[in-house]
Ligand binder design. Structure first.
Ligand code: SF4
Length: 285
């Protein structure tokens, strides 16, 4: 099986990403995000492991990828989780990319990425997407127990923004757990130097909903009413009802545009609201 694969192998009809490839050095992730979607389709997800012969295979496969292709690291396992500190497979991948004409987007919830600043500065076309869900340190510890804290992420956004375009994935919006933070988060992201904000609402998968209810039992009635009674099933996920998703996404958009940032939403069915490619790849042009 190839390491570098076309993104979105299931061809989700709500996905509006331009064609791109996806590459993960690791299978599984230890950040432990309650809302994680990838845990529903990757076996033993919390037991992160490196892919076999990763670097040797990458060196072979990269030669076949067309020039100017977009490669995302990574779509379902964080490229800067603790294993990276030991194995440095993401770092070595970036060194390999230095020899090719590619467009690279790195998606992470970890400030460990700052240790690769020396290489990131040298890559011709690279963007970094940092995921930020809340500014509340206590809430973050419950939602994403082993990812970097909100303050560490903000520091990473600030540092990286000094020399490359940074996108912030302000998602998922979890009604009403983090939605009161919308104005504050957008403003702080802007002042940290990001160029684009991507957002999306939380979608239920059976395993993530179980984890969410275990930690936030006080939201059980609200979420069951909104998702299970009034929500809609799309592509194997349960979404909030459309009126509420549109309201939340439009609120983020209004504030983002007021701050002169690019805006997009991910897999919501509101591509008409986007002012740039949904995945931030316009910043790689
Ligand atoms: S960082 Fe991403 S892949 Fe890892 S647990 Fe969190 S949501 Fe899942």
């Amino acid at each position: 099986m190839s390491l570098i694969t076309p993104f979105d192998p299931w061809k989700n009809s709500l996905c509006t990403c331009p064609f791109k490839y996806s590459l993960s050095a690791y299978t599984g992730c230890v950040h432990g995000c309650l809302y994680c979607y990838a845990s529903s389709y990757i076996r033993n997800f919390s037991l992160a492991r490196a892919k076999k012969d990763f670097l040797a295979r990458l060196k072979r496969e990269i030669k076949k990828i067309p020039q100017n292709s977009i490669i995302t690291l990574a779509s379902s396992s964080d490229p800067y989780q603790p294993l990276e500190k030991k194995l440095r497979l993401t770092r070595e991948s970036l060194k390999i990319f230095e020899n090719y004409k590619l467009r690279i987007n790195i998606v992470t919830k970890s400030s460990l990425i700052l240790e690769d600043s020396d290489i990131l500065r040298n890559l011709e076309r690279v963007t970094v997407s940092i995921s930020l869900t809340t500014l509340d340190e206590k809430l973050a510890k419950k939602l994403e127990p082993y990812a970097s804290s909100p303050n560490q992420k903000l520091r990473a956004i600030e540092e990286l923004s000094k020399y490359i375009p940074v996108i912030v994935r302000f998602d998922p919006l979890i009604y009403e757990l983090n939605t009161s933070e919308i104005p504050k988060i957008v403003k702080i992201i802007k002042s940290a130097g990001a160029k684009q904000i991507i957002t999306s609402t939380y979608k239920i998968k059976p395993d993530n909903f179980k984890r969410m209810l275990k930690i936030f039992p006080e939201y059980k009635n609200l979420w069951e009413k909104l998702y299970l009674a009034e929500g809609e099933k799309r592509n194997g996920y349960v979404y909030l009802p459309e009126y509420l998703r549109k309201k939340l996404i439009s609120l983020v958009r209004l504030i983002v545009l007021g701050e002169n940032l690019k805006f997009s939403c991910c897999r919501e069915g509101f591509a008409n609201l986007n002012t740039a490619n949904c995945d931030g790849s316009s910043l790689l042009d």
